[in-house]
Design a protein around this ligand. Structure first.
Ligand code: SF4
Length: 259
C-alpha cells in the first residue's frame, strides 16, 4: 500500500504537479521517521546549496521581534517564550516607550510592567523576571546587556535559546537559536536530527558553513514559520524541496529555487 502511494506521488511529480497532500496521520508518521534519524544524510554540497538558495531569496533576513536596543531585545525575547512574536509586538511598544533601559524598567515597577504585558501568556511570571533581570543588569553589568552566554544565561528568565538570539541579533555572533520552527525544520528535512533543541543546535552548527551561520537561524525560523508549517507544509512553494529528505513531502523537485 505504501509503495503504491509513493509511486503515485512520483508519477504526479513527473507530470509536473504536486501529489495529493498526505493525511495528518501519514505526516505524523513521516515526522516520527525523521525524528528517529531514518532519513538519508545531507551531503555538504546539498547543505551549501540550501543555504545559497536561502541567501539568494532573502539576503538580509531580520528577526520579527520589535526592539530598540540590546536591552529591549533581551526583554522581548524573554516575553516571547511560549508566545508568538506578533503577540509580543502588540504589547512592547507601550512597554518600551515607558522603559527602554534597566533603570527605567526597575523604576516602572512590577505592577505596571505586569499591566502593560497582560495580553502575553504567563505575564505574571514574565513581569517578575523582567524586573529581576533589570536589577541584576544594574547590579552586575552596569546596566549593560552582557556579551557572553554564561552571563546571559545567569539572568532570570534567560535560557540558552534567548541567549543565542541576543548574541546573534544584538552582537552579531554566529549562534543558532533553536525554537519550535528550527527544531521542526532541522528534524523534518533531515538537515539536523535531534531529540532536543540542544542536539539540533549542535548539529546545525556542525553542518552549516560558517559564511551562512550569522543568518542561518533567521532563514530556518522564517522557513518553518511560513513554508514548512507544522500541520501542512507548503512543499509546492519550498525552495529546498528537492534537497529535503522528508518522506512526507508533497513534491519531489524544487520548482522555485532562486538563482
Ligand atoms: S519540501 Fe520544504 S516545506 Fe516540504 S517538508 Fe521539506 S522543507 Fe518542509
Amino acid at each position: 500500500m505504501a509503495r503504491k502511494t509513493t509511486r503515485a506521488r512520483i508519477e504526479a511529480a513527473k507530470k509536473g504537479r504536486a501529489a495529493k497532500p498526505k493525511r495528518p496521520a501519514a505526516r505524523a508518521r513521516a515526522d516520527a521517521r525523521a525524528m528517529h534519524g531514518e532519513l538519508p544524510q545531507w551531503t555538504q554540497a546539498e547543505v551549501e546549496e540550501a543555504f545559497r538558495r536561502f541567501q539568494a531569496a532573502n539576503p538580509a533576513p531580520k528577526g520579527e521581534l520589535q526592539h530598540i536596543n540590546p536591552f529591549t531585545l533581551l526583554v522581548a525575547v524573554v516575553l516571547s517564550a511560549q508566545a508568538t512574536d506578533a503577540g509580543v509586538n502588540k504589547a512592547t511598544p507601550a512597554l518600551f516607550a515607558a522603559a527602554d533601559t534597566p533603570e527605567k524598567m526597575v523604576k516602572l515597577g512590577e505592577p505596571k510592567v505586569r499591566d502593560l504585558i497582560k495580553t502575553i501568556g504567563l505575564y505574571r511570571n514574565k513581569a517578575k523576571n523582567v524586573i529581576a533581570l533589570s536589577e541584576k543588569l544594574i547590579a552586575e553589568h552596569r546596566g549593560e546587556v552582557p556579551r557572553t552566554r554564561e552571563a546571559l544565561e545567569a539572568l532570570p528568565g534567560v535560557g540558552r535559546k534567548t541567549a543565542n538570539v541576543v548574541l546573534n541579533i544584538a552582537f552579531g555572533e554566529p549562534t543558532i537559536a533553536v525554537d519550535t520552527h528550527v527544531f521542526r525544520v532541522g528534524n523534518r528535512t533531515g538537515l539536523a536530527v535531534g531529540k532536543t533543541p540542544l542536539e539540533v543546535e549542535l548539529k546545525l552548527g556542525d553542518v552549516i558553513p560558517m559564511k551562512y551561520r550569522p543568518h542561518a537561524h533567521h532563514w530556518l525560523i522564517l522557513h518553518g514559520r511560513y513554508v514548512c508549517l507544522a500541520r501542512k507544509p507548503l512543499c509546492e512553494k519550498c525552495i529546498i524541496a528537492d534537497l529535503c529528505k522528508w518522506p512526507g513531502k508533497t513534491v519531489l523537485a524544487a520548482a522555485h529555487a532562486p538563482e
